[in-house]
Every structure is written in C-alpha cells, then in structure tokens.
Design a protein around this ligand. Sequence first.
Ligand code: APR
Length: 230
Amino acid sequence: MKKKLVVFSGAGMSAESGIGTFRDAGGLWEQYNIEDVATPEAWKKNPDLVTDFYNQRRKQVIEAVPNSAHLLIASLEKYFVVHVVTQNIDDLHERAGSSSVLHLHGNIRLAKSSGPNQEDRYYPIEGWELTANDKCPDGFPLRPHVVWFGEQVPALNDAAKIIQEADILVVVGTSLQVYPAAGLVHLAPGNCKCYVIDPNSDEFEVPSNFIKIKANASEGMRELIQRITD
Ligand code: APR
C-alpha cells in the first residue's frame, strides 16, 4: 500500500519558473495594491483594471514552464499516492504531470461568472486574454476564477481532509501569511513526517515537528527525496 504524500505549495514553488512571488523583495504586492486588483470591491470599482492585471499574469503563466521541483513532485507518484494542495493559481503542477492538484485560491486558466448563484461553473480561457465582452451563458461578465481577499475558500474542507490523511507533508514555497490556507499546516496527523522547504525557512514559524530544509524548491525537493528514500 503506497503511503500518502501531500505537497502544500505556494508562490515560491513557481519562482524558478520565472513567476514572481508576492512578499519577497520586489514581489507582486510591492508593485500593486491588493485593494486595487485582488478584492471583490476592486472588481466592482474597475473590472477592466482587474481583468488586465490577471491577463498579464496569465500571459506569464502560459509562457512559463514547470521547473524541476514541479517535475520531481510529479515523479513521486511512482512511489506514493501524491496530492498537491496549492495556493498558486498557475497550472505548472498539472503541466509537470501531477495528477491530483487542488487549487485553494483558484486557477488563472479558468474564468467564472460574475453573476449570483454561479458556484462551481468554470469556463476555460483560450489563450491569455479575458475581455469585458466575454460573458457567461446567463449574460454576466466573466471574471478570473481566483479567490480574492475577503472571499470564501471553497476547497478548504477538501484540502483539510487531504492533509489530515497525510503520511508525509511537504510545505514548499509559502510564507504562511495568508489564512485560512496557512492554518492547514496544523492539521497533519501526529504520525505524519512534516517538512518545510524554503530558502528563508530559518525565519519560519511552523509547528515544532517540521523538519526545515533551507533551500529553493528544486534543491529542497532533491534533498527531501534523498531523505525519504534513505
Ligand atoms: N523556492 C522555494 N521557496 C521560495 C523561492 C524558491 N525559489 N523563492 C522564494 N521562496 C519562498 C519565500 O521565502 C516565501 O516564504 O516562497 C515564499 C513566498 O511567499 P509569498 O510571496 O507570501 O507567497 P504565498 O505564501 O504563496 O502567498 C499566499 O497570498 O497573495 C496571496 O493568494 C495569494 O496564494 C497567495 C497567498
């Protein structure tokens, strides 16, 4: 019976693919105000600005390629039942070959209706651009399928169940600043082997049982695989 390995990833996972993080020096939230581009109020106030912000990020995602950390995680499916729970809205885990990826904060390649009562209906975006003319079948403008600040995280319970059944939990590339997502690291069962991979892991607050690997995602994943296969 294969053990369950869960990866909980954040923006640092995609840094080596050239996609900037949010809170590192020069990160996205130094370039933009969250209130202007990543809240429901921002969408109501200036939908074109919000749509353009995500169009630019979608273009970058499409041009990016999975890095070796994404590929190593996908390769672990030979030895473990691997579930990826990601805060990232890029599709690099899927493009690397991971077969179980749960997006806590949405998926930039999908759109959803801005109208009421449209839960769980998503529309693939062809190419990088969503425009104001793109409407759902009910005639409401399409918006990026992204969980904005202040919105519910629909996949949270599913993510909690996955982490509660982990034999190995690998937290990689997240500053654990954003809740409720960050609270998931406390749900690993008592007998779970927990690791955190991050170049700044010595500045981290994680439960005391986490083993810290101070490295970037690719190097850290190589070291982790060494440790768990020894
Ligand atoms: N490899 C691994 N980790 C890295 C790398 C790298 N090459 N480069 C940076 N990091 C680490 C940083 O040290 C930091 O701890 O990645 C983390 C990035 O943290 P954030 O920028 O805060 O990104 P994240 O934790 O994913 O943000 C969570 O906040 O803005 C919201 O919804 C957005 O999902 C996002 C959430």
